[in-house]
Design a protein around this ligand. Structure first.
Ligand code: SF4
Length: 156
């Protein structure tokens, strides 16, 4: 998965997700290919981390902070910490990071909103979904950048 690759919804995506804004419930449907949850580099905002901690997880277990200080999902054995191989789905689907909700809408290296073709269901994302998720993605990336910057300031 590419550095700013915001992966996917699972079969449970057919159910309403009460945690997220209505404009993020789109046309995309998951086929359980597992691709988006393997070698994830999904970036996390503070609210993502807090939401998962409230459900009993320790950030040391699921957050990986690299040299750039950006918090990302940790992989275990080549898959996201939260991925359940037996069920072939996310163990924290209703609390998954916002980037996971937005995926397969992604950002190109040129900063253009696009749909990640790694996802075999990418063609199920319609224009309206791409545009609304693209706006959310820009806000999310700005938020993460600000939070990392503020964290850097606090550490000085
Ligand atoms: S949090 Fe869930 S949906 Fe997101 S990469 Fe991990 S297993 Fe997949």
């Amino acid at each position: 998965m590419a550095p700013v690759s915001f992966h996917n919804t699972c079969l449970l995506g057919l159910l309403p997700s009460f945690n997220y804004p209505a404009d993020l419930i789109g046309s995309m449907r998951c086929s359980h290919c597992e691709k988006c949850c393997s070698d994830t580099e999904m970036e996390l905002c503070n609210a993502d981390i807090a939401r998962l901690e409230r459900n009993g997880h320790n950030r040391e277990d699921f957050v990986n902070r690299g040299a750039d200080s950006i918090p990302r999902l940790r992989n275990i054995g080549g898959y996201c910490f939260f991925y359940d191989h037996g069920m072939k789905r996310c163990r924290e689907y209703s609390r998954r990071p916002l980037g996971c909700v937005i995926y397969p809408v992604n950002m190109s290296v040129d900063g253009e909103v696009m749909v990640d073709e790694l996802c075999p269901e990418s063609s199920s994302v319609n224009r309206e979904e791409m545009e609304s998720k693209g706006r959310r993605l820009r806000m999310l990336l700005d938020t993460i950048a600000l939070e990392v910057k503020q964290g850097d300031i606090r550490r000085k």
